[in-house]
Design a binder for this molecule. Structure first.
Ligand code: AMP
Ligand code: ZN
Ligand code: ZN
Length: 398
């Protein structure tokens, strides 16, 4: 009799827990600049804004690139701390490259020094899922969501949405409560056609249309009013005219000097004596870009504590592109990676659902604060090493 009572009690508590655990779908629109929302071509996104909260913009971390910023969003950490210091970087101590196109590097947990929200959540008994997110497919099961997908760039968007709906139709005990989704569209079309192009506007319309489809599918499975939807972007975008190109090897040139990254910023490494010389030369030719020894980079960039960054950092003025002889043509119509305080590098933050205020607008929010916000929604304790601050964002919640 006692045993039967205990079982009924446990089942009832589990049910209560399942009912009270929130749902969050975190969606990333890659390269969706903050002001793309204001072009009057995205009625579904505007509806989310009206029904929920919206920030003027979402400030990325420096450098405003894809892999580093998806990691900052999901760990709440500055880039120097979570370790994914660029889309592609070299580790001198192990002689290994991290490249976002190299699946074995992308899945190697050793590169990822932060704790992703799905790790924090799963540790607290919350099932999570990811239909794409940089860093979501690590080879170690304890470091990834219960349900995940290996990245396939060409996967049709409708299949991604249906995948999320299928997860949400699972029986309660298997159903994920936190799910990520990712769409590259506005980044791809921004780079290829520029930020004022017809093609980019069509891309905004497409993403808006897919948002409408997701909302409709949630309604069909009776979850529309239960799910919190948060839509963010990893960074913005700015036009990069062909005449604003600087070949850094016209200023410094040596076989022993290594150049990493290009376009909006460049990292330089080499033997100490050559670096000193290079720095002095670059400083005296500083036109349309800024030169820093990594250790003297202003603190607000939070981009110096990691040995993989290199010795010198060049940051191009907005719209300018830094190149080397190896890639002296710069074809992108628009790009990102510049100073994260420049408004063109800012993305979007809009959210609606049971945990969010209605029709509430705020100024700029920081992407490292999203991780503590997620912890608050799920009522779990954040990883103490996070750089995010709940106080800067908590007021968006009911
Ligand atoms: P970026 O060079 O910073 O503009 O990077 C954007 C690109 O990142 C996209 O076009 C995708 O091809 C790539 N990407 C996004 N998510 C992933 C992922 N999870 N795995 C590998 N590559 C990705
Ligand atoms: Zn991106
Ligand atoms: Zn991009």
């Amino acid at each position: 009799m006692k045993k039967a009572f205990l079982i009924v009690f446990i089942v009832a508590s589990l049910n209560l827990f399942a009912q009270s655990t929130p749902y969050v779908i975190l969606i990333s629109f890659d390269g969706f600049r903050w002001d793309y929302l204001n072009r009057s071509i995205s009625p579904n996104l505007e509806k989310i804004r009206e029904n929920g909260v919206s920030a003027l913009s979402l400030r990325p971390a420096f450098p405003s690139k894809t892999f580093p910023n998806h990691q900052s969003i999901i760990t709440g950490m500055y880039i120097e701390n979570h370790g994914i210091i660029s889309n592609n970087f070299f580790d001198k101590s192990s002689n290994h490259w991290f490249k976002m196109s190299d699946t074995s590097a992308v899945r190697n947990p050793q590169w990822y020094l932060g704790e992703a929200f799905w790790e924090t959540a799963e540790r607290n008994g919350i099932t999570t899922a990811s239909y794409f997110w940089p860093g979501s497919e690590l080879s170690l099961s304890s470091r990834r969501p219960t349900y995940f997908m290996n990245y396939v760039h060409e996967r049709p968007y409708i299949e991604r949405i249906e995948g999320v709906i299928e997860w949400l139709k699972l029986p309660m005990e298997k159903r994920p409560r936190f799910i990520t989704l990712y769409f590259d569209d506005t980044d791809t079309y921004g780079h290829d056609f520029g930020t004022t192009s017809k093609e980019l506007n069509e891309s905004i319309e497409r993403l808006d249309n897919y948002t409408g489809i997701l909302l409709k599918r949630l309604e069909e499975i009776n979850l529309k009013d239960s799910v919190n939807i948060i839509i963010v972007s990893d960074h913005g975008m700015t036009d990069t005219p062909q005449e604003k190109v600087i070949n850094i090897e016209n200023i410094i040139s040596s076989k022993e000097i290594k150049f990493y990254d290009d376009g909006p910023f460049m990292r330089i490494d080499g033997p100490v004596n050559l670096i000193k010389e290079a720095y002095t030369k670059l400083k005296s030719h500083e036109k349309n870009f800024r030169t820093y020894l990594t250790e003297e980079l202003p603190g607000y960039f939070h981009y110096k504590k990691n040995p993989m960054i290199g010795s010198i950092i060049l940051i191009a003025d907005i719209g300018w592109s830094l190149v080397t002889n190896r890639k002296s043509q710069y074809n992108a119509k628009a790009n990102h990676g510049y100073d994260n305080n420049h408004i063109d590098m800012h993305g979007i933050f809009i959210a609606s659902g049971p945990n969010f205020k209605k029709n509430y607008k705020t100024g700029t929010v920081w992407n490292i604060d999203i991780y503590p916000l997620l912890c608050k929604i799920f009522d779990i304790i954040p990883n103490p090493e996070t750089d995010g601050d709940l106080e800067r964002i908590e007021f968006l919640l009911k």
